[in-house]
Design a protein around this ligand. Sequence first.
Ligand SMILES: *[C@@H]1O[C@H](CO)[C@@H](O)[C@H](O)[C@H]1NC(C)=O
Length: 165
Amino acid sequence: MISLALILVCATLTCGQEEEVDHDHAHHSGNPLDWLRDSVPGEPGVDYPIFNEVQDTAFSCEDRVFGGYYADPGMGCQGYHVCLNHGNNARKLSFLCPNGTIFQQSKLTCEWWFNVDCTEAQSSYNVNDLIGTGDSLPESNDLGPKRPIPTRNNDNVNPNRRSRK
Ligand SMILES: *[C@@H]1O[C@H](CO)[C@@H](O)[C@H](O)[C@H]1NC(C)=O
């Protein structure tokens, strides 16, 4: 799961290109956080989380909607889970939003951290109740990035294209 999430993140941020760069030259900027500081308002790791892998948190998929998306406040909402419960078996797939973004529960998408209030995430978990009803999500027409559908869609978890000026 972790590697899948990283691949998705990499697809978004074109990490793949960086891997093709000669290693002698790949890290010339010294601090890997400089790129973030230059690209995203705020201090990485302080104003927004910069996890490099999904963390083990208290979040449980028990009694969640099948196929529902859940921001994890235990990861500052950078992490989110897709619950795939089957019978008594609570299963989850876990993902990270790209650095600088966190999961906007009300829209089920990664957005710039400064546009998301992670403390509101849990009170919006019920947005998942709309899954499978045919009703559209609130404000879904305003969505910049597509809703992430990690298992079936490469063009996902993409908060960057529209928000970046
Ligand atoms: C966020 O940045 C940190 C520090 O550069 C890095 O270790 C981590 O892998 C990044 N996380 C993601 C999801 O790209």
